[in-house]
Design a protein around this ligand. Sequence first.
Ligand code: 13P
Length: 250
Amino acid sequence: MHRRRIVVGNWKMNGRLTSGLTLAQDLVKKAELNRPEGYDLVICPPFTLSWPVSEVVVGTPVHLGAQDCHVDTHGAFTGDVSAAMLVDVGCRYVILGHSERRRDHGETDALVQKKIQAAHQAGLTAVVCVGESRQVRDAGDAASFVSAQVKSIMSARFTPENLVIAYEPIWAIGTGVTPSPDEITDIHETIRGLFGQAGAQVRIVYGGSVTPQSAEGIIRLDEVDGFLVGAASLNSDGFWHIAQFCHGRW
Ligand code: 13P
């Protein structure tokens, strides 16, 4: 089963107007010279840059995403942004349930599920993050923990187009440590198995300390359909290098 690969850059709370625009412009230049084949290339700047970056990337091979959305379409929710608003400014993707949002904003699986529904209703593809802590892994519970997270979002209406699962073990985020190939394959297979027949079509990407150095070995794993990249997505050369591992087919 051929699954289209996807590489998503999560800028997190990084990027001022000038640096963000430069990063987006550099990436567009690269992508127009060597158009992505067989994979989708997505950048997710902070909300303040959604519109200016949109003006740079819309109509190019670089797609726009955001890092969160609210469950409702509009209303008295100070500081929040709805999925429809993201669509208005050209977003096609939204990262949901990132471990930093679960940690810092108390997001639960139930809330993440509602956000996925809101994203789908607005026509966005949800890039949904799951992953265990070091403690859970050391206790031997990684597979069951991640399974529970994925099961809790399964009732959301999904298609292979509007859902991407990102396996991001918390202990691998920003640490320079990545799981072994067997550990990644094991969790990706577990996640895929939960989707039954549809599993063959669901895209499951890996995230956590992905760099130009670590990406090559990881993308060779059959179960890995791309990457969710944090720090390394803030450098256009590095991010482009990572994306090249998804270009064409191995
Ligand atoms: P790093 O690539 O910086 O480890 O971050 C991963 C991540 O959280 C992407 O969403």
